[in-house]
Design a protein around this ligand. Sequence first.
Ligand SMILES: Nc1ncnc2c1ncn2[C@@H]1O[C@H](COP(=O)(O)OP(=O)(O)O)[C@@H](O)[C@H]1O
Ligand SMILES: [Mg+2]
Length: 334
Amino acid sequence: MPWVEKYRPKTLDDLVGNDDAVDRMRTMVRSGFMPNLIFSGPPGCGKTSAIGVLARELLGDKYKEAVLEMNASDERGIDVVRNKIKMFAQKKVTLAPGRTKLVILDEADSMTTAAQQAMRRTMEIYSATTRFALACNTSEKVIEPIQSRCAIVRFGKLTDAQVLKRLMTVVEAEKVTYVPKGLEAIVFTADGDMRQALNNLQSTALGFGMVNEENVFRVCDQPHPNIVRDAFSFILQGNVDDAYARLKSLHDQGYSVFDIIGTMYRVCKNFDDTAMPEFIKLELIRIIGFTHLRLSEGCATMIQIGGGVARMVELVSDAKKMGGYSAELGLDAL
Ligand SMILES: Nc1ncnc2c1ncn2[C@@H]1O[C@H](COP(=O)(O)OP(=O)(O)O)[C@@H](O)[C@H]1O
Ligand SMILES: [Mg+2]
């Protein structure tokens, strides 16, 4: 059984992070009142799980009868709204006073506009007996009239500490053998996506029996951050050629420039502060941002990465020339 399912949060306490969203859900459970809801946020931060938990807390053993779960990715047409949702809304279910039936629409942003338009009427007509809970990556893809009928609960990426906290629960329950560096690598590659973290943990643990840095990077198809870290060390030494050669080697292995620039951002962000003063780090991240922009605008080749590296080296060498200010800005470390 996939660990993402086995360890899907079953209570509100199991959800890590997103404290504001969880607090709002607690209030709803306490009062027994739930408005129509839109949960929006990036993948793997607990939206689907949260809706499930909320439905179970509110409806208890009536869950089966009183909840219609639909994944809009596969059932998104107007017919579904006309038939399934409407029929469910008309169905009679005896519930505790104040409780309502619930339609769960996962990945609602992939519903067609026509289907959403049809749903808006249903939402209104049956509002006394049926509530809707939608999950989506961006709430803007849900049409305005539906947005205005819903309370929007925003989820954010989990922090590294939050991902690690949840991972530790699973690691202990599954008795995974690991070294701390291995878990660090999983947290790094997941980048705030708990689903990815759990999948990578499971693949590494089952595939190799041991979670260490090397095995994690064999499982996760991502540019190895150590190579990128080397590139940054060369940048800090003012060595354009070797820095570029490291990044080029990743491209030669088949990684796309977007994989590379993404990893560069995360490595730079987490780079050891004693070796890279904050002032430099921020400037380097700015350059990474502009390089990413240029890549996205269409010229997605290593030339842009090369240009970015050259700009970074120039910046570092200019900073070193700043003489008098260097101590204040922490440039002595360079
Ligand atoms: N905040 C969280 N706390 C604990 N586990 C989480 C959290 N977010 C995601 N997960 C884990 O990741 C898996 C995917 O979560 P899911 O709720 O389907 O994400 P989403 O719908 O936001 O993409 C879940 O099975 C769960 O194990
Ligand atoms: Mg989901």
